[in-house]
Design a protein. Sequence first.
Length: 675
Amino acid sequence: MMRKSFIGIAVFLISISSVFGQQRPVTLWHGLERDMHYRPQGEEFVLVSGKKRFNRALYGSNTGFRVEAGDLPEFALYLPGMGGNLKLGIIKGNASKWITDAAQITARYKPGSMLYDIKDPLLGNAIMHLSVLALTEGEGLVIRASFSGAAPAVELFAAYGGATGRKFSRDGDIGADPESSFDLSPFYCSGNIYTLKKNRFKLNFGTAKVAGELAGVFPSGMKLKLSNAEKQTAPLVLHSSVPGAMPLVCGRMAVHPGKSYYMLVRTSQGKAAPGYSKLKGLFDRSERARVALTQRVVIDTPDPYINTLGGALAIAADAIWEDPSFLHGAVAWRMRLPAWRGPYVADPLGWHDRARTHFSSYARSQVTAPERGPVVPDTALHLARQLEKMGTSVFSSGYISRNPNDNTKPHHYDMNLVYIDQLLNHFQWTGDVSYMKEMWPVLKRHLDWEKRNFDMDGDGLYDAYCAIWASDALQYSGGGVTHSSAYNYRANLLASKIAPMVGENPLPYRQEADKILKAINSKLWLADRGWYAEYKDLLGEKLVHPSAGLWTIYHAIDSKVPDAFQAYQATRYVDTKIPRIPVKAKGLEEDDLYTLPTTTWQPYTWSVNNVALAEVLHTSLAYWQAGRTEDAFRLWKSSLVESMYLSSSPGGFEQLSFYDAQRGSFIATSATRSG
C-alpha cells in the first residue's frame, strides 16, 4: 500500500535537503544565545529589523540561476557565477540613505518571494513597499516598489553593477561562503562595460573564458548614468561621482504614493531588454506561477509554525528540478545524481511526469556490459574504495552512472540502492504496470549487481558501499550492514510482487527477501538489547557492532524489516542511547523541543556524527511508522522550527544544524532535506 499522506509529508521533507554533543545545563551551545529569527504569520515568515543579507534564495526558472535576497533589502543575481548586485536608496533634498539603513524594515518571506515594508524619517509618514521575485520567464530579478501614506518629496535611487560571472567556492551557500561574496564590490565592477539608453542598460562582463551579458530596465523617468563604484557611502555621493575604472549604473527619480514602479535585471539570452511597459506583465505572471506552485501543498492546522510549511516545501522541491533530473542541491552541490533523497518529492507533490522523466533518464545510465568484472581496490585510496574504472566489478552490468542518459562514467557512490527504492515508491504511487514492464530489466540488473558485489559470501547480509547520504566516511570492510540489507530486503520483496504483473517468476525474489530478513533478525537484531546492530564484521571474530546510527534504525523500520514490537524497541534505542539536544531560543514559546545527533561515535569525523535535518526528520518518520505518533510529531516539529525559524534562512531546509558541534549551521539548500 502507498504510504499515507501525513507520513508522506515527513518523507519528502526528508529529501528537500547532518554531530554529537552533550547538552550542558549552564553553558550555551557554541557559547551563543539564540533569538527567534523569523515568526509565522499565515503563510509568511516575518521579521522586524533583521541584520542578515543574502540569506534567502529565490528561484523561478528551474535552472542554476537564482536571486539572493535577505532580511535586508539588497539583492544579488547568481547566474551561476556572480551576476551583480542591485541596491536601492531614498533621497530627500540633500539627505540620502540606502534602504538597508532605514529605521525600520519588516521583512516577509512569502515562499518564493520577499516582501518588505520600510519606514524611515526621510519618508515622513509614508511606507515604502517592495515585492521581489525571480522571473519564471527567463532568468532575472523583477521588483515592484510602491509607497503608501503621506509622502514628502522623495526620490527613489537605484544602483546596479559588479557582474563577474565568477563562481564562489560553494556557489554562495550560507555557512560556506561569506555574506560579502554578494556585495557590490568595486573590484567586481572592473571591466564592466555598459551601454545606456534612457532607463535601460546593457552590461557586458567577464573575460574570454567567462563572458556574459545582462540587461536592465528601470522605471520610466529614471535617467541612468555611470558612477564610481568606490563611492558608495550614500546614494547622493554615488550619484554625483565620476565613473572610472570601476563603473556601475545608477539613477534617481521622484516617486508618488499609490503608484507602482518596476525594475528588472536579467540575462540577455541574445535578446534586447523588454520595454518598461512589459515589466508589470512579467511580474504578474511570475507571481501567478509562484502562487500556483505554493498551492501544491496547503497545510491548515491550529499550529501557525506548521502552516507555513506547504509553500516553503513546494518552493524548495521545485528548486531541485532541472530537466531531465532532480539535483543534489539547489545552491551548493547543484549537480546531477541518481538518488539521495531528492527524487522522493516528485510523486507526493503530484509531479509524476517529472518522476518518470528522472527514472527513465537514469535507466539509460545503467551499465549493461560487461556482465561482471574483477574486484579492484584503489591503492591510491589505501584500498578504502574501488578503483573508479569502467569494467571492474562495481562498474559493471547493473551499475547506474551519476549523469542522466550516460552510462559511461564511474562515480564513487552506490546510488543504485536509493534510486531503486525511489522507483519502487513511484510504482506504488502510480500503479503503472506498463511502466513497471518497461523498467523491469533495470530492476533485475540492479538486484543482480547488488548481490554479486555486496553479498559475495551469500549469507543474506549486504555490505554498504557509499550508499546513503551519511556514507562519505562510513566503511564496513565487507561486513553485513543493517541499512543496506534492509534496502535490499524491501527491493526484493517488492520485486516479488511486481514480477507476476510483468510476466516474470516471483520466486527467486521472494526467496532472497526471506533470506535477508532471516539473516537480519538472526545476526543483526540484538534480542537481549532490543535494537539492530550497526553491522557484523566479515573477518576475524566476526564481531557485531551494537552502537547503531540513526540510519540503522530508520532504514530498518522504513523498509518494514521489524515487526511492531521490534520497531517500538528500536525507537526506544534512540530515546535512551542517542543524546537529546534541547532547541532553545529567546522568544520561543515551547520549551520541550529537541534534536538529535546521528551517532555517539568519537572522534568526530564528517558524515558519521552530525546534527542533520534530514537524518532527524527520517528518524521522526520511523517513530510514526512504529506507532509513536506524539513522539514523532514532537521530534518532527522540533526539527522544522529549528530549521525554518531559527536558522539563517527563513523557510529554509538546512543541511546541518546550529547544534552541529564542528560545523554549525550550514544551509546548503539540498535535495536531501526536501525529499
